[in-house]
Design a binder for this molecule. Structure first.
Ligand code: B4P
Length: 197
């Protein structure tokens, strides 16, 4: 099994690049943002609770997100690998994920971290807000809160995986194809290493 985390601030292109990576490598895609938006659109109790946080640009509580991922992992016992998109977003989520994967006798192989300047992030998300209908994209104050949450709670997750030498920074500015190529190069080099070991 080859498991990877696509990491980066809101608007760095995690969702965009995940789609391309799934098409090429057939990982099972686990996006907590997508899972939460699906709960919201189905108006489930979990979705109603999550919406209160997401509309303000805040992270959804750890226990909600960890439960959701645990369930999703169990739903795909034969996956050849998972691509985690937008998860883990706190150190507690990272510790929980490591434990869940250990139960399956597997682990995270690599974290690919997209780096993008703050002004570019805001520009992208404001632009997406014009058409996406996403309530967390259509207000610049909410977008800046999401970026602040990222610096405060999410960036320590990269330090957590860096201790094991699992983090690779990838420049997230440029064309979508250029960034995709850089991600593929890194994935293939890691896949070769894990096949040898
Ligand atoms: P997410 O759904 O994870 O979304 P995101 O961080 O906003 O965006 P992403 O990085 O995927 O950007 P994208 O490719 O779409 O989170 C939404 C909310 O859900 C969070 O704020 C939080 O409340 C909650 N949540 C999710 N996971 C959670 C967790 N684990 N714990 C707690 N809460 C959680 O790209 C953005 C835009 O940029 C697009 O319009 C795209 O077209 C454009 N773009 C992409 N690449 C580009 C490029 N190279 N050049 C120019 N534009 C580009």
């Amino acid at each position: 099994m080859f498991n990877l985390i696509l990491f980066g601030p809101p608007g760095s292109g995690k969702g965009t690049q995940s789609e391309n990576l799934i098409a090429k490598y057939h990982f099972k895609h686990l996006s907590t943002g997508d899972l939460l938006r699906s709960e919201i659109s189905r108006k489930t109790p979990l979705g109603k609770e999550a919406k209160k946080f997401m509309d303000k640009g805040q992270l959804v509580p750890d226990e909600v997100v960890i439960g959701m991922i645990s369930f999703a992992l169990d739903e795909h016992p034969h996956a050849k690998g998972f691509l985690f998109d937008g998860f883990p977003r706190t150190s507690q989520q990272a510790e929980a994920l490591d434990k869940l994967l250990e139960l399956k006798d597997t682990a995270i192989e690599v974290m690919l971290a997209l780096t993008v300047t703050e002004e570019e992030l805001v520009t992208r998300l404001v632009k997406r807000g014009e058409t996406s209908g996403r309530t967390d994209d259509n207000n610049e104050h909410v977008i800046r809160t999401r970026i602040l949450e990222y610096h405060k709670k999410t960036s320590p997750v990269a330090e957590y995986y860096a201790r094991d030498g699992k983090v690779v920074n990838i420049k997230g500015e440029g064309t979508i194809e250029e960034i995709f190529q850089a991600l593929c190069d890194e994935i293939e080099s890691r896949m070769r290493k894990s096949e040898k070991s």
